[in-house]
Design a protein around this ligand. Structure first.
Ligand SMILES: *Cc1c(COP(=O)(O)O)cnc(C)c1O
Length: 340
């Protein structure tokens, strides 16, 4: 085991031993290459550099009390990456290659999988980009798929404590018929200015409203939004939201625990009627939202009045994290225990 301060790890990059690569060329995927370099040599005219042919995934490997390492719903990350590839005309990574590379990346960096009980996990970052040269705008004929890993702590430094969010209307991360529904790099470039703006105002992440009418809630930074009202788990439906695997799991879990669920357009004006609200994604699982500020009119909405997450969010968080670390039985077959 590496000598790292596991429970204080930021959500950031830590150098590990190896990463894995495979290149699609001449119509087929090449052998998996194990690399100890943090760099990649890319053609100066690669479409990934010029025309945004790039997609990524984010998932975690969790070490349980029994020492075993678990992946959570990796097949969903694989399918989403295939949809991302399809959406921007890249070569899809086959399921077997995806699985072989993520598991090999964990195996070769076992020392970096944080110990049980630290709240940390090994973040796995698969990404795919056009590496073949083009000058005119068209898809490349060569693609590079890389998987690296990095031990991470919780995404929001507050951990499972309320965060502050600010609504932005002067920029959109994605358009209704654009690429918001797939995990492609361009969406994140489009979000950088609004992230900087809200941080400058003392808020953690921006809340995006739908780009067309600015009436409905879309997302929060790189996380989905959910709300609890009258024993119902509510999450927005919109063509420009990235379908979060965490959100989908919380929704299923909510049903399993006896709550109702609704996936529908959610007007921002409904916010005052919610009992609990939160952001969800692989990085922090759930970040309860304690405050939302509307930067246009200065209006502030407060939640978690006692400074703590609400009871339903807490229950969902504890159950999902319990399943991921193997503390709670997994009735959904979401977890893959690795044979390492
Ligand atoms: C990755 C991501 C999420 C969270 O998805 P998970 O599968 O739960 O990690 C939500 N929104 C955006 C924009 C994302 O990029």
């Amino acid at each position: 085991m590496q000598n790292l301060n596991w429970s204080e790890l930021p959500f950031g990059y830590v150098k590990t031993k190896y990463n894995l690569r495979s290149v699609f060329k001449n119509g087929k995927w090449g052998d998996i290459e194990i690399s100890d370099s943090e760099h990649v040599s890319v053609h100066i005219a690669a479409t990934g550099l010029h025309y945004g042919q790039e997609a990524f995934e984010g998932m975690k490997a969790y070490r349980g009390k029994d020492g075993k390492i678990r992946l959570f719903r990796w097949i969903e990350n694989c399918k989403r990456m295939q949809r991302s590839a399809e959406g921007i005309m890249m070569e899809e990574v086959p399921k077997e290659l995806f699985y072989n590379m993520i598991t090999k990346a964990v195996e070769l960096n076992l020392d970096f999988v944080p110990p049980y009980g630290t709240g940390a996990a090994l973040y796995i970052r698969p990404f795919l980009f056009g590496s073949g040269p083009r000058v005119g705008v068209q898809p490349a004929d060569e693609y590079t798929f890389i998987v690296f890993v990095s031990p991470v702590g919780p995404y929001f430094k507050e951990g499972f404590n309320p965060v502050k969010i600010a609504v932005v209307r002067d920029s959109d991360r994605a358009a209704p018929q654009g690429t918001g529904h797939i995990k492609v790099g361009g969406n994140y470039a489009a979000s950088l200015k609004s992230i900087k703006r809200v941080k400058g105002e003392g808020y953690g992440s921006p809340m995006y409203l739908d780009a067309k009418e600015k009436k409905y809630i879309d997302e929060i930074g790189a996380a989905n939004f959910f709300a609890i009202k009258k024993n119902t788990y509510i999450t927005p439906k919109s063509p420009s939201i990235l379908p979060s695997i965490t959100n989908m799991s919380l929704e299923q879990l909510a049903q399993h625990l006896g709550y109702k669920t609704e996936r529908r357009p959610v007007e921002f004006d409904e916010i005052e009627t919610f009992e609990e609200i939160g952001a969800c994604g692989t990085a922090a699982i759930i970040s309860p939202i304690g405050e939302i500020k509307d930067l246009d009119n200065g209006k502030i909405y407060k939640f978690c009045k006692d400074g703590k997450a609400g009871p339903v969010s807490t229950k969902l968080y504890e159950t999902l994290v319990g399943i991921q670390y193997g503390d709670i039985e997994d009735p959904f077959e979401w977890v893959t225990v690795l044979d390492l």
